[in-house]
Write a protein that binds this ligand. Sequence first.
Ligand code: IMP
Ligand code: MG
Length: 182
Amino acid sequence: METSEKSYQLGKTLLEASEIQERVRELGEKISSDYSDEVPLVITVLRGSAIFSSDLVRHMSCDVEMEYLAVSSYGDGTKSTGAVKIVKDLDTDVAGREVLIIEDIIDSGLTLNFLVNHLASRYPASIRTCSLLLREIDQDNEPPLDYYGFKIKNDDFVVGYGLDYAQIYRNLPYIAVLNECS
Ligand code: IMP
Ligand code: MG
C-alpha cells in the first residue's frame, strides 16, 4: 500500500552546544543588567523553551521568579495550523509584574504576538520578550522581540535544545536541521 506520509532525518548541525551555551550566557548577563534590582517574572512557553529558559536563568544574576504556560499551534507537523490556544495558563497574577516571556523560536510571530496581547490585558508593569531563535523572514507582523540568540534561515526546520519534531529531539544539546527524506 502506498503512503503519502513524509519521513524526516537529522541533517547538518546549525549551532554547536558550545556556541549555544556562550550566547545564552551573554543573553543572561545582558538581561539581568537591564532588570538591575527588579525581580522579573520569567514566563517559559512550554514545551520548546524549557531547556533554553533553564539555562538562561542560571546566567541571570538578579532574583527571578519562574512561571510556565503552554500553547498549542503546531500539532505534530512542521507547518503551523495558524491558530494559537492556551493549553496551560499561569498560576501567578502578572498585574504589576515585570514580565519576561521566553520563546524557543519566532517563526511567523503569531504565537508571541498572541501571548503579548493576552498578558498585556492582565496589567503587568512591563512585558519584554526573548527568543533563542528568530527566523529571517519579511515580518509583516513584526513580533515585539527585545532579545534573541540567533537568526536562522527561513526555510530550515530545526530541532534540538528544546525544539522538537513530533515531540522528539528536544534533548539534543545542539541544534540541527531536519531533512525530509523520500
Ligand atoms: P510562530 O507562531 O509561527 O512564530 O511559531 C512559533 C512556534 O512554532 C515555536 O514556538 C515552535 O514551537 C514552533 N516552530 C516554528 N518553527 C520551528 C522549527 O523550526 N522547529 C521546531 N518548532 C518550530
Ligand atoms: Mg513553541
